[in-house]
Design a binder for this molecule. Structure first.
Ligand code: GLN
Length: 286
């Protein structure tokens, strides 16, 4: 892309130029609004406002990166999830609206005044854990991630939002010793290695996206270990790929979980599957 500064001298010209280079209108507005430190509504009323040289240079670089497919969230350093403004960096997966399905399901299971213990596996930016902490302030939420840089992003989000979550560096359950939870949730990597969609996801951390030849390697591991980590009657809810519902339900059944169900995301795709350890069942600590 060759955005000449000449095309970026005013708000209206900049938005026109961005469009000419294939950058979505809302994305271009968001980037311009970040560069000018003005709300989006201001842009609409100030078509002819001038951009100084520095603003033009910065905008040009951002438009080029966006045109190359870098997620808007990384360029802005922020993404909203479940009403929470979260800082994001390329160390974490960009939180998706699809994952709100999982949060809503978890909130239905968590009593408003209960002190349930909850684990969020592979927390990334902290999105799921923080949404649950915001809406269930009495729940005791532990969020783990195998990536220290991701965990730093998540911890920073918790601090900035004033939400209490216990952050632990852990490869799935590894650092959780013998702890048990009433609810275990997670959005693990579930894309198959070599999947065609990975090209569009190339700016995001591969370890947050891919899991073995069928995409189920991480889910398989979590499901196998989950029953021993759940209290009697406890639930496991996992996000997965839109073609994996049957596979995940099968894994849950094989692990002895019951009341297995699948929920759809906002796009109508099967996106989350969960089940619970039978109430009153004595699960043996490993
Ligand atoms: N939902 C992501 C996608 O765009 C994948 C997230 C994940 O693997 N957990 O496919």
């Amino acid at each position: 892309m060759s955005t000449g500064p000449s095309g970026l001298h005013t708000v209206a010209a900049a938005l026109r130029t961005a469009r000419g280079h294939g950058v979505d209108r809302l994305d271009a507005q968001a980037l311009l609004s970040a560069v000018l430190r003005q709300p989006r509504a201001w842009l609409l009323a100030h078509d002819e406002a001038a951009l100084d040289g520095e603003a033009q240079t910065r905008l040009q670089a951002l438009l080029e990166r966006r045109a190359q497919g870098e997620p808007l969230a990384y360029l802005l350093g922020e993404k909203e999830f479940f009403g929470l403004p979260l800082a994001v960096t390329p160390d974490v997966l960009v939180p998706r609206p699809d994952t709100e399905t999982l949060v809503e399901w978890a909130l239905e299971l968590l009593p408003a005044n209960g002190r349930a213990r909850v684990a969020d596996l592979g927390t990334g930016s902290g999105a799921i854990a923080l949404a649950l902490a915001r809406h269930r302030p009495l729940a005791r939420i532990t969020a783990v991630d195998a990536s220290a840089p991701a965990l730093a992003v998540a911890r920073g989000n918790g601090e900035r939002l004033g939400l209490a979550v216990e952050w632990l560096e852990s490869d799935w359950f590894e650092a959780l010793a013998e702890r048990r939870f009433e609810l275990i949730v997670g959005n693990p990597p579930y894309v198959a290695e070599g999947d065609v969609h990975l090209k569009a996801l190339r700016h995001e951390p591969p370890q947050a996206l891919t899991a073995g030849a069928d995409g189920l390697a991480a889910i398989r591991r979590i499901v196998a270990e989950a029953p021993a980590r759940l209290t009697a009657g406890g639930w496991l809810l996992l996000e997965h790929g839109f073609e994996q519902a049957e596979g995940v339900a099968g894994l849950l059944a094989k692990a002895g979980l019951q009341e297995i169900a699948t929920r759809r995301d906002l796009g109508g795709r099967q996106r989350c599957t969960g089940g619970r350890v039978q109430s009153g069942q004595l699960s043996c600590p490993r």
